[in-house]
Each structure stands twice: as C-alpha cells, then as structure tokens.
Design a protein around this ligand. Sequence first.
Ligand SMILES: Cc1cc2nc3c(=O)[nH]c(=O)nc-3n(C[C@H](O)[C@H](O)[C@H](O)COP(=O)(O)O)c2cc1C
Length: 439
Amino acid sequence: MAKKKYHLAQFLVHGPTYHSQAMWRHPETAARNFDWTQPELYQHIAKVCERGKFDMVFFADLNYISDTFQGSLDPALRYAAQAPEHDPLPLLSFMAAVTTHIGLGATLSVSHHHPFYAARLWATLDHLTKGRAAWNVVTSLNHNQANNFGEERKSSELRYERAHEFLDVCQKLWDSWDEDAVVMDREAPLFADASKVHRIDHEGKYFKSRGPLNVTRSPQNGPAILQAGTSPGGMDFAARYSDGIFAIQPRAEDAAKYFHDVKERMAKFGRAPEDCKILFGAQPIIGSSEAEALERQELHNSLVPQDGGMAILSAHLDFDLGKLDPNEDMTKREEPELQRLKTRYRKETGEGMTVAEVAKRHGQSVGLPQFVGTASSIADQMEAFMETTGGDGFMLSPIHNPGAIEDFVDLVVPELQRRGLYREDYTGTTQRDHLSQDD
Ligand SMILES: Cc1cc2nc3c(=O)[nH]c(=O)nc-3n(C[C@H](O)[C@H](O)[C@H](O)COP(=O)(O)O)c2cc1C
C-alpha cells in the first residue's frame, strides 16, 4: 500500500525572529545579510519552498509589542521577542509574482476589523495569487493587541462567538457573486448581470453588512481557511471551517490526542477527516553528521537568553511570569491563564518543567520539537512523530534564515521523497488543491 504523503508548510514572520529568538543573531543569518524588511528575502524563500513542493509559505502575525513580562517593553525589544513585526499581507503579492504554484498564507486577526474589509482583502488576494491565498483566521488574545485597537481583552467565548459571525459574513459576501455573474459583453454593453450579484442583508449580534462585495468571485471563492486555536472553542472553530490547522505540541503523545480530538469534532460538522490537514510545528536542525547537528543545536539554543524566553512566553499567555519563582514546576500552577499552553510544560519524557525551563524552550522554539541530526535521521524523527500522531504533516520553522530553509529543501525533502513519504510534484494549482493532494 502506498504510504500516506506528508504535507509541508514553511512558517514565517515579517520580522527578525520567528519561533527562534536566536535567528536574528545567528552567525549564519548574519552571513547571508538579507534585510528582513525587504521583499527580496521572502521572494527567495517562496522560490526555495516551491522547489521543495511545499503546500504553502505561512505568515503568523501579531499586532503588538508585548509589555506583559515585568510591565516593560524592554525585554521584548532587546531580544526581538516576536517584535517588531511588519504587516505580512503586502508580502503575499510580492511572493506570488515570482512563483506559480506554492500557496501563500497569512494571519489576519478577526478581533479588530469589520468582515467586509477582510472579505474584500482576501478575495482580492485570492485573485492576485490565482487561487493560492490562505487566511489564518485567529482571534488573538494579548491585552497589548486589544489596547492598540482601543479595546479591552475579551474572553475566549466572546472572541469565538464573534469570530463565527465574522466568518459567516465573509462567506456570504464571497457567495454574493454567482460564478457566471461577469458577462463582459462589450457590444451590449453588459459587464455584469445584476441578477447574479446579490445583497446579503446581514444583521447579526456583532455585525451588519448589506453587500454585495465589490470584488468578483475569486478562484477559490475566498481564500483557503487556516486556523490555530487550542481551546475547545478554538478546536470547534477550526474543525468547522478550516482547510488546514497549524498546531504546536512538543510531545508526540499530546499531538496524537489533539489530532484525534479535532478529527472527531469535524464529524459533528459533517466533514470528513481528510477535509482539514493538521500540520504540527517542528524545528529541524540539520548537520552533515550527528555530532555536527548537536553542535548546531547547542550553539543555537545558547543564543537565547532566559529573559527573552520569559518575554515571549508571558506574551503568549498574557500573564506576567515575572510573578513566579523561575525554579518551580510549571505544571503545578493553577492560574487559569496558564492552563491554555499546559502541554508545553512537559519534557519529552512527560516530566514537568520549571518556569525557567519552559521559558527557555519557548525562546528557542515556542515549544516546537527540535528534530536534530543528519537529513536521514531527521526523516526518521519525522516518521516516528507521524506514526504516533497519525498527523498530516509539518509546519517547519528555521533556526537561521534563509539557510536552514534551503538545507531542509535540498537535503531532507529528497530523503522523504526516496522513502515515498512526500510528493514528487504538485498536481493542482490552488492552495486547496495542495492541501487536498494526498498522493
Ligand atoms: C499554533 C498557534 C499559532 C498562533 N498564531 C497566532 C498568530 O499568528 N497571531 C495571533 O494573533 N494569534 C495567534 N495564535 C493565538 C490564537 O489566535 C488564539 O488567540 C489563542 O490561541 C487563544 O485561543 P485558544 O484559547 O483557542 O487557543 C496562535 C495560536 C496557536 C495555538
């Protein structure tokens, strides 16, 4: 029987650091001398990942610089703890211009805008990318972000309730143009048939919108939908709407539980398990020998200061870890804010980690497991993770940029292909085509 093929995506941020806070300081990043504020870096990455037949490049996005740790902006700025972050959406067009197949995904939070704006933006991007756009629909949780939009942080229930309506309005707006609405008869003249372009007259709890959208139906009728949420509400939201999920679970056992939970939730919404692909975050550290890979891991991890990790973990929890004893076992803490990411507080063995250990790992990889070794040993580790989780694939995150991305594509992708675990080529052209390509 043919083996299940993996889906691969490349994690990016329009900023100096991704999951690795060492990235901006890493000697191999410095040696390449790309300017992270300029499109050339991202165009180069898109071409490399397309050569590797990835489903997509994917941008996370935050709209704040965090002062959650110790009430100060200093650690976030000093250590570039996912700050600054420029807007990723303009980059999708730059990347689309130099590629033909790879999907182009980015995050836009639904907590601060009106759905008409988002529906129009994403339909336009879906046109410009010829059906390769993917929207990571997140609700965001940090109080700094809410404050930047003049709001207070809302509860998870409220954020997801609003998010359901947000996406419902977007879908109605995308559907407001029938497929054959544009006639383009220059003689008649008849540009579009008004009987095939509909008002939506939406009046809900959070939004009103009359419609129709002033963007024609896009190749995928709106972008592919991605999601990243871990609460029951978040998992339901993902199970209902998304074509793909980005998940972080350091331990394969926890990843397996998450995977099966989401796939079961999909059935509730009348969806088949293969309709949504779950990609687990992973940070490959590749060497020409095991010893060299371990040296690279040590160098990389040593470049992350504990306070940098404290700053980013505090931001992601929206809880000031400066209030805790760094040496206490984080699995024992009972604060509700700390429960969301609790699968990230354990070592591979299942043993609880101290606050300082969790923070350090968060600064190194935000909890993504590090796969360390030669290309062949990394392929082994990926296989072992997939065997335990049953997962669909990986969201890869580099330790230096862009060399670590190039190394994966040039060294690990051919190894996965040799093992029959990865596609030789794309069979379709849209983002949804790639996510649903299982051979
Ligand atoms: C793997 C992962 C990636 C996320 N990426 C982003 C992001 O790029 N931007 C953002 O605003 N929130 C991001 N979030 C946060 C989610 O939007 C959400 O606010 C948060 O996870 C709380 O929801 P939950 O309780 O359902 O997990 C991410 C969450 C996870 C788990």
